[in-house]
Ligand binder design. Structure first.
Ligand code: TA6
Length: 274
């Protein structure tokens, strides 16, 4: 079975499958993206950790036809169009278009372009273009796994007053009233119409990670905690302590409908400060 191919950069790493950023390091050499302690590295299987790219739907198959969760884009090889390094920074540009296999499960002509920049700031800019003759609706999400010292001690700020759907309560709607979001159990919330940046304060690693998004008003906050982690074969038993997902995109109420020939550009920017 062929192995997954990776591109190494001065401060990062990208897997060709899924244009999947798997590493980004700060200037002091510390990893910001989480990597599972029990990785599966198999062609066609998403890597647990880093920033999987979710497209064209978020979550389970919306039509219940058994199509892959979070869509197909993270499971297939993308074309490498550009790889450059300069003064310790790195840029990767990758593209993905429709093909018979994708049209068999999602009958649309599309083009994706991902530009990943690894510097003092880490960013991914994704352009989705409708190359079809009819409009299509899509969801897209940067499913970012942020490495933390202990999820139980972390604090997420920036979501006060934002409406969210709680997946643990059947996607019941609610509005966050507190400034702080802390973790004392499984958390799986999709915030919508969020224009604010989020910060993740990590007292163990003594850093604050800031997640800014452009044209990506959905923010998903996820930690599987103990019991769900046991059901994920590509996570170590204690891995739930070592990451918090703060994901940015256009999902649920923020899904996008594109007219033929139109494009949507969404971007996430992550910085780390001590
Ligand atoms: O983004 C949160 C979420 O939708 C969770 O419900 C959980 O399913 C997670 O994504 C991981 O999904 P995956 O298909 O990568 O195991």
């Amino acid at each position: 079975m062929s192995e997954l191919a990776f591109i190494q950069l001065p401060r990062g790493e990208v897997c060709l499958q899924g244009a999947h950023a798997t590493k980004w390091r700060t200037e002091d050499g510390r990893d910001v993206l989480f990597a599972s302690s029990k990785p599966r590295s198999a062609v066609g299987t998403p890597i647990r950790g880093g920033v999987p790219l979710v497209f064209p739907w978020f979550g389970d198959d919306p039509e219940g036809r058994g199509r892959p969760a979070h869509g197909f884009a993270r499971r297939v090889p993308w074309r490498l169009d550009q790889a450059q390094t300069d003064l310790g920074k790195g840029r990767i540009v990758m593209t993905l278009g429709d093909e018979a296999a994708s049209r068999a499960i999602w009958p649309h002509a599309f083009a994706l372009r991902a530009q990943l920049d690894f510097g003092v700031e880490f960013s991914i800019a994704l352009t989705v273009t409708n190359q079809d003759r009819v409009p299509f609706r899509f969801e897209a999400l940067f499913h970012t796994y942020l490495a933390v010292g202990d999820a139980r001690k972390c604090e997420v700020r920036g979501l006060r007053g934002v409406r969210y759907y709680d997946k643990l309560a059947g996607n019941m709607g609610a509005t966050q009233t507190d400034e702080l979001l802390r973790f004392a159990g499984e958390c799986d919330r999709t915030y919508v119409k969020n224009e604010s940046a989020c910060t993740l304060f990590d007292p163990v690693l003594q850093r604050t990670l800031t997640v800014r998004q452009e044209n990506a008003p959905s923010t998903v906050v996820w930690n599987p905690w103990i019991e769900k982690t046991k059901r994920l074969s590509d996570l170590g038993a204690d891995d739930w302590q070592r990451f918090v997902c703060i994901e940015s995109g256009c999902v649920m109420d923020d899904a996008v409908t594109l007219a033929p020939g139109a494009s949507h550009h969404l971007c996430v920017r992550i910085t780390s400060s001590n």
